[in-house]
Design a protein around this ligand. Structure first.
Ligand code: NAI
Length: 256
């Protein structure tokens, strides 16, 4: 399905990003797992090369891990250049999954926590999209697909997450604007709005908050990262060839 494609994933060292790497490799893509934590990105690649997967995964020796900080343009440019050096072509499938939380009530939130979240979740998405798209243009690529990981919090808001909700609402707007601008280049841009998903990110959420969210979720459970990654893989693939600018909710019914 994605045979021969080069797919770059940010936040590829954990959670949803790691699951996206696994499924894209399963579907035949050559995967560039990037993360601020270079060791975690390498672990993802080691998993792709692991014996348990070797029968299923194509190109298993052709994946790459890179340390990349999405908030730093030089770091993003170096990573895209390294991918081009390896494959002699730029990645055409981009997943922006790097993200952080710094939760607090708005009245208590300091400026640093507010800006850090905007920097990683929103500015990072912009920088990676811009650098990756410019590389595609420089190589006269005729198609590409970008998936940004927003959040249902970007649509509904969440108590204690004014910074995070603002960043994820920003990702939805950014997705729509770039979808309009890049359509003529043959590049589609969509975003996914996950609900509560079992990853390290939600590990520190207090039990009573978890219970409350599950109560509000019709399917009464958290998502597994693979359940989000399957939708990302679909949006990256040609199976979604008439979709661009879409915000796809994967929430177990939360916020419908
Ligand atoms: P996670 O914490 O498991 O993974 C996030 C990854 O991003 C980590 O590997 C981390 O090292 C990396 N990262 C953080 N800052 C970075 C930076 N500056 N540059 C590069 N990499 C950086 O989190 P999870 O849950 O897998 O989140 C993935 C995406 O999904 C995030 O954008 C998150 O906001 C979003 N999301 C998660 C939900 C959840 O319930 N887990 C719900 C809705 C959206």
């Amino acid at each position: 399905m994605l045979s021969g494609k080069i797919a770059l994933v940010t936040g590829g060292g954990s959670g949803i990003g790691r699951a996206v790497c696994r499924l894209l490799a399963r579907d035949g893509a050559r995967v560039v797992a990037t993360d601020m934590d270079g060791g975690a990105a390498q672990e993802t690649i080691n998993m792709l090369k692991g014996k348990a997967h070797c029968v299923l995964l194509k190109h298993r020796d052709d994946h790459l891990s890179l340390k990349m900080d999405v908030t730093d343009k030089t770091s993003v440019e170096s990573a895209i250049s390294a991918a081009i050096d390896k494959y002699k072509a730029p990645p055409s499938l981009i997943t922006n999954a790097a993200g952080i939380i710094r939760d607090n009530f708005m009245l208590q939130m300091d400026e640093k926590s507010f800006m850090e979240v905007l920097d990683v979740n929103l500015k990072g998405t912009y920088l990676v999209t811009q650098v990756a798209t410019m590389a595609l243009a420089e190589h006269d690529a005729s198609s590409g697909s970008i998936v940004n990981i927003s959040s249902i919090s970007g649509k509904l808001g969440t108590i204690g997450q004014s910074n995070y909700s603002a960043s994820k609402a920003g990702v939805i707007g950014f997705t729509k604007s770039t979808a309009m601008e890049l359509a003529s280049m043959g590049v589609r841009v969509n975003c996914v709005l996950p609900g509560f998903t079992q990853t390290a990110m939600v590990g520190g959420v207090p039990d009573k908050v978890v219970k409350l969210i599950l109560k509000m979720t019709p399917l009464k459970r958290m998502a597994q990262p693979e359940e989000i990654a399957e939708v990302v893989a679909f949006l990256l693939s040609d199976k979604s060839s008439f979709m661009t600018g879409a915000s796809v909710e994967v929430t177990g019914g939360l916020g419908m």
